[in-house]
Design a protein around this ligand. Structure first.
Ligand code: NAG
Ligand code: NAG
Ligand code: NAG
Length: 822
């Protein structure tokens, strides 16, 4: 159809429609079920409670049941949107119980009473006598007298949300308060208001008072020196979906230059979110069930950076780290070694899961009390007590390490070192830090002071040779009084079960039938060892102990004690353990069972006697070329299985020789898989904490790139070179400079066509030169900077097995675009 033609029809029809509307309007506002309710009507909070609908059916007024509680919220919501987004609610201290009632009252407008008739809330400041309540098509619930004068409007008493056609008058002193959380409607920490001076501000407040701190956003719409007309007088959300400040001189100041879509096709709202971000959202009207609210714009630009440093923790709690998501809302994470104070409050404060203090350190003087977790572009401004310059990175680390007051050291700008103390506030990831490093001091597990009868602080175990690590991890056990109490309760409960119920059978509250996994009680694991005596190793995920467990006959097992999870989610743990338990491949270490009691999460693995690939490869006796080939292919097959062939894809994230174990026949068995996921990393997104081990981690960990199975391919490539050359990937001490970084040196050798020095002129290898060359090429393919250039593990396996040809690899150097060859 000709668009010009259809437009002209619209223009022609419009005046007639308007006339029709004007005729219909008074009728519709009187008629019942058409938005208008007469005095005396009431609603009761029950499951199948009715509500008062707007004529269009788009807005409803009434009681909304709150999830998983028997509580209700008196509110206005978008009735045609599946999740019934709430746009206004009666601000009562708590949601109201079932059986509560709201009545349209001539004198008080709306009266909300509890099931016993106790008055909970009224629509106050009514002057006149109410005759009707009208749920209008704009989402405004209006109380009118018999002459249709408005006596009260929900638009004039907003909670946290504004709608198109809603105007906030400066003179009315209206304030929008955020909620506590997405689902808790109590008054939160953030407010939006048009100040007396005309400035629109966002503030944090010091609950329970309304006392506001310095604004973390302001529009600067104040009177200027020579023109008082520039002060803002109204915050307007107009009918076309624009939000602006109207100044005294009637000029407008738009909060954003984003052009909203048509109000005919989209719903709009603007909400001060519980995290302090004021956002305008849109929702397609025609989307049926699969729509969602899309953020059009928000203020402030970056909430992680915005909140004022001397007024509390920032948008996230203390010791937490704020990352800005793509919708400009914050994400809060505890750093490694810290866990949520309230596991249900992701945005709350984090506490260290270890004890740190000068007193504690003095009790246990030793060299390696702590280690550092490094975060890039992370800072907690204003928590520092010392600024040291000029310092090298090592001096900075050492200074913090030796200082019992230091919790975190920040090193950046090449020579500047800040030492920080707890609690840390306003933590954020911020690319403007330009690669600055945060060194977070975490206590080594074995030097955690004793917490209870079953946590021997065994100085022997601390001295165990790190080269004999079987599995690698580090345990961080809760150190607070609360954790201790939980622990003692957990132990008492298990003792009770064992001695009174003789319950020595596996507890089968997990669907372990399909996985043949055994459920161990914590007490069983403690008893089997006399309290975790023989420590085999520790590292990123937990401490590993050797034990003998009664399983028919006495079978040696390795028990890994996980440090408390970032987000203690019981169901998550069971799911992940089940995923690990369902794996079954000859190149993987088998999970025999697990223990999940309170804060105690332990995994029980089969024990492999020949130690790790690291000690095999870098020990005194060099393994044969044949053995090494067998190991390389075995690891590739194991990884292929994890990536492609088990029911849920598992990305290992920490492939290195210390995590490869060898069985009696020197077959490679991958250990520690599935744990990265278990420790709550979001595998599809970039994150604050880099997992994995220096020297083996793929470049995308340091960039703003998604983490995929290709990170394992990268680490495998590095390790393959180590297997070929029998040396560590980074060796600064003993070799000439050009050989220090194995990946660089190997590529140089390959490009020059001289592989002999790589294998130290080993005759056995050089007799198999073709395979050597092929393996080096495969490794170079795996360590490509660009993840998409790296082959999949299936391809790698095929290349190693000689099923497919190996093409000439490009340079693995950063940012190479051209394929070079010699
Ligand atoms: C509401 O549901 C209850 C039971 O679910 C039923 O007994 C009652 O009649 C319903 N009330 C209305 C008004 O439909
Ligand atoms: C909401 O949060 C407040 C303050 O933290 C708390 O007192 C209240 O119990 C919470 N309400 C609900 C329903 O969880
Ligand atoms: C809303 O505001 C915008 C920007 O100031 C303006 O272009 C538009 O005409 C206004 N719409 C209405 C319905 O007032």
């Amino acid at each position: 159809m000709n668009p010009i033609h259809s437009d002209s029809i619209m223009v022609f029809a419009l005046p007639h429609l308007l006339v029709l509307l004007l005729i219909l309007l008074p009728i519709s506002s009187i008629a019942q079920n058409n938005g208008s309710v007469t005095v005396g009507n009431s609603l009761t909070a029950t499951d199948n409670t009715t509500s008062w609908l707007s004529p269009s059916g788009e807005f409803a007024f009434g009681f909304r049941p709150l999830n998983q509680t028997d509580l209700f919220l008196l509110s206005i919501w978008f009735d045609k949107i599946p999740d019934k987004t709430v746009v206004w609610y009666a601000r009562v201290d708590n949601p109201v119980p079932r059986g509560s009632n709201v009545k349209l009252d001539a004198d008080n407008g709306l009266v909300l009473t509890g099931p016993q008739g106790d008055e909970l809330w009224t629509a106050n400041t009514i002057v006149g006598t109410v005759a009707y309540g009208v749920m209008s098509n704009t989402g405004n619930f209006v109380l009118q007298d018999s002459s249709f004068n408005n006596l009260w409007e929900s638009f004039k008493n907003p909670t946290d949300t504004l709608l198109p056609s809603q105007i906030v008058e400066r003179s009315a002193g209206v304030v929008l308060y955020s909620r506590q959380s997405e689902t808790n409607f109590s008054k939160g920490r953030f407010l939006l208001k048009l100040q007396d001076d005309g400035d629109l501000v966002l503030n944090t407040i010091n609950l329970p008072t309304d006392n506001a701190n310095d604004p973390y956003y302001n529009s600067e719409t104040v009177a200027s020196v020579n023109d008082s007309g520039t002060a803002g007088k109204q915050l307007v959300f107009n009918n076309s979906g624009y939000i602006y400040i109207l100044r005294e001189n009637n000029q407008t100041f738009r909060l954003s230059q984003v052009k909203p879509d048509s109000t005919a096709d989209f719903y709009f709202r603007a909400t001060i979110n519980f995290d302090g971000v004021f956002t305008q959202y849109s929702y397609p009207k025609t989307s049926n069930a699969n729509g969602s609210w899309t953020s059009l714009w928000s203020i402030p630009e970056n909430i992680c950076r915005a909140t004022v440093s001397n007024s509390g923790s920032g948008t996230c709690g203390y010791n937490s780290i704020c990352t800005l998501k793509s919708d400009r809302r914050p994400k809060c994470d505890c750093p490694m070694g810290y866990s949520l104070l309230d596991p249900n409050d992701q945005y709350g404060s984090c506490q260290p899961v270890f004890i740190q203090g000068c007193q504690e350190d003095k009790q246990d003087p030793g060299k390696n009390l702590y280690y550092f977790e490094v975060l890039i572009n992370t800072d907690w401004p204003n928590a520092d007590y010392a600024f040291l310059k000029p310092y090298t990175e090592n001096q900075c680390k050492q200074s913090c390490m030796e200082d019992c007051m230091c919790a975190v050291a920040i090193f950046r700008l090449g020579d500047s070192c800040w030492k920080k103390k707890l609690p840390l506030s306003n933590g954020r990831v911020d690319s403007s830090i330009n690669g600055g490093k945060a060194f977070i001091k975490i206590r080594n597990s074995s030097s955690i002071p004793p917490l209870g009868p079953h946590f021997p602080n065994n100085p022997e175990s601390r001295k165990k040779n790190q080269d004999n690590l079987i599995l690698v991890g580090s345990v961080l056990l809760g150190g607070s009084l609360f954790v201790n109490i939980i622990l003692i309760v957990a132990i008492c409960v298990s003792v009770f079960f064992i001695y009174h119920k003789k319950l020595r059978r596996p507890m089968s509250n997990v669907n372990s039938s399909e996985t043949n996994m055994r459920f161990f009680t914590y007490q069983e694991l403690v008893e089997a060892t006399g309290g975790f005596k023989e420590e085999l190793g520790k590292g990123a995920f937990g401490v590993v102990y050797k034990e003998a467990i009664e399983m028919g006959s006495s079978v040696p097992v390795a028990v890994k004690k996980l440090y408390s999870l970032v987000q203690d989610n019981e169901r998550e743990f069971k799911t992940e353990v089940n995923v690990i338990g369902q794996t079954n491949h000859k190149n993987l270490v088998r999970l025999v069972g697990f223990c999940d009691e309170g804060l105690q999460r332990l995994l029980v693995y089969e024990f492999l006697s020949n130690g790790s690939l690291a000690s095999f490869l870098f020990g005194d006796l060099k393994p044969s070329w044949k053995q090494r080939i067998n190991i390389a292919v075995g690891i590739a097959r194991g990884l292929l299985y994890l990536h492609d062939e088990c029911s849920t894809q598992i990305i290992h994230c920490d492939i290195k020789p210390q995590n490869i174990l060898l069985d009696n026949y020197y077959n490679a068995r991958i250990a520690d898989f599935g744990l990265a996921k278990l420790l709550m990393m979001d595998q599809s997104q970039t994150r604050t904490a880099i997992r994995g081990t220096k020297g083996y981690v793929a470049p995308e960990w340091f960039r703003n790139m998604p983490i995929t199975a290709k990170v394992d391919v990268y680490s495998f490539g590095v390790m393959l070179l180590e297997i070929i050359c029998c040396r560590r990937s980074v060796n600064v001490e003993t070799i000439e400079e050009e050989k220090a970084i194995l990946t660089d040196w190997a590529y140089d050798c390959y490009r020059e066509g001289v592989l002999d020095p790589l294998v130290e002129h080993d005759v056995e290898v050089l007799n198999d030169r073709e395979k050597l060359e092929k393996y080096v090429m495969v490794a170079i393919w795996c360590i490509q900077e660009d993840p998409s250039l790296r082959p999949t593990m299936r391809r790698v396996t095929q290349m190693l097995e000689g099923v497919v040809e190996v093409l000439v690899p490009p340079c693995p150097c950063p940012f190479s675009r051209t394929v070079t060859m010699s």
